[in-house]
Design a binder for this molecule. Structure first.
Ligand code: PLP
Length: 426
């Protein structure tokens, strides 16, 4: 098998598996239990939190473990919305109090606690403000659907367009901000085409206007350096299974000073903001995977860049009628694309049909985001780049790691060429 779908998920590495194993069996205690036996599990969770916080350069108290990237994204979007609804109407009735920061207090001032009334309604002669959320048009469904849900609850959402390479229109972003804007959510790197956003510029705009800035870093975490202070990030989502950690565990970083309501209600886990017995083996595995990903980041990056250029060059040479989607890695700006991402549109082809032919040869690839496959909708990312529906259906993503062998790369290029020839004849 040639696995070219690392953006969908990765295998749990041997070291990660070994680190997790004791917490399934010998050390299975519940971290909330008071006896000594369970303290091992508690210590494992807190050591993991410290380790990940260290990698990200944040305080361990700012790291909240979740069930994955989707939950972290839901938390960021929906809690930003709920936070405008005042103490009585927030789901917990209390806010994730972490002492006010300039950004949060300004944001709070702008949106103001709106009491228990429905956002946007006219109560006691006073017009209630309608909370406003800004995201990019190419966010993952975890963000887009959370925004849609927030809209159904009364929020207003602006989806900011991107250019043909997938970069956010920063002018449109700034123009969209109003005094009711509670959150800007822009992904660090796109899961389909690998475009890396200018988080620093987005963070500056957010700070200038006193609006919270969330980034979905599920694809970027462990792949590219991320700096909270330099990029002005207030909230960040990540997920373990994209970096050889287990599925079903992720995190939301909530910077000190950001006031958000609790997301899951129940016990006092995660400082009362995300109730539920901790996924101890998952959290331990996440930390181990993150340590490994951060340790070798720059060497892996170098090798993946070489492979990426080779992949694109060979595809352009061998397969007629293909177009590079997004940033061209063969040009100087190429580093603004995740190094393990190849995405092409192939003239006259439906990528879903090509995927089946590749699968017959043992090649695993994707025609869009894994989470959207199975649906007949063309990729919203490709449409946002200005592609036609026909082009959007022809998009093929290959996501790889530094251990991809050049023979495997050549085998894949040949399989794509043959598959395309066959489909064009049909
Ligand atoms: N955000 C992005 C950018 C992703 O690529 C994914 C998964 O593909 C998610 C969020 C969802 O993460 P999870 O699978 O951990 O729920």
């Amino acid at each position: 098998m040639i696995y070219l779908d690392h953006a969908a998920t990765t295998a749990v590495s041997k070291s990660v598996r070994e680190a997790m194993l004791p917490y399934f069996s010998e050390d299975y205690g519940n971290p909330s239990s008071l006896y000594l036996f369970a303290q091992k599990a508690k210590k494992a969770v807190e050591d993991s939190r410290r380790s990940i916080a260290g990698l990200l350069g944040v305080n361990p108290r700012e790291v909240y473990f979740t069930s994955g990237g989707t939950e972290a994204d839901n938390w960021a979007i929906l809690s930003a919305f709920y936070s405008t609804m005042g103490k009585k109407s927030s789901p917990s009735g209390s806010e994730a109090e972490q002492k006010s920061s300039p950004s949060s207090s300004e944001a709070e001032q702008k949106s103001g606690p709106s009491g228990s009334e429905v956002a946007g309604s006219d109560v006691a002669g006073q017009k209630q403000r309608q909370p406003h959320i800004i995201c990019s048009a190419i966010e993952h469904h975890a963000i887009l659907e959370s925004c849609k849900f927030a809209e159904s609850l009364g929020a207003r959402v602006s989806r900011i367009p991107v250019d043909s390479e997938g970069f956010l229109n920063l002018e449109a972003l700034e123009q969209a901000i109003t005094e009711d804007t509670v959150l800007i959510s822009v992904m660090a790197a796109n899961n389909e085409i690998g475009t890396i956003q200018d988080l620093r510029a987005i963070g500056e705009i957010a700070k200038k206007h006193g609006v919270l800035f969330h980034t979905d870093a599920v694809q970027a975490f462990g792949q590219i350096p991320l700096s909270f202070s330099e990029m002005g990030i207030d909230l960040l989502s990540a997920s373990a299974h994209k970096l050889h950690g287990p599925k079903g565990v992720g995190l939301l970083v909530i910077r000190k000073g950001v006031r958000l309501p609790a997301f899951l209600h129940g016990g006092a886990q995660e400082r009362g903001f995300r109730a539920g017995t901790e996924n101890v083996p998952g959290i331990v595995g996440f930390a181990k995977a993150a340590e490994e990903a951060f340790a070798g980041m720059s060497e892996r990056e170098k090798r993946k860049r070489e492979l990426q250029k080779l992949f694109f060059r060979r595809l352009l040479e061998e397969v007629p009628g293909i177009k590079i989607t997004g940033v061209n890695p063969l040009e100087a700006s190429g580093e603004k694309r995740l190094s393990g991402n190849v995405h092409i549109c192939i003239e006259g082809i439906e990528a879903e049909s090509l995927l089946l032919l590749l699968d017959q040869k043992g090649i695993c690839a994707s025609a869009g985001s894994a989470c959207a496959s199975g649906s007949v909708e063309p990729s919203h990312v490709l449409l946002a780049l200005g592609k036609s529906h026909v082009e959007a259906y022809s998009g093929l993503r290959l996501s790889f790691e530094e251990d991809l062998k050049e023979e495997e790369l050549e085998f894949t290029v040949k399989a794509i060429r043959e598959g395309v020839e066959r489909l064009r004849k049909e």
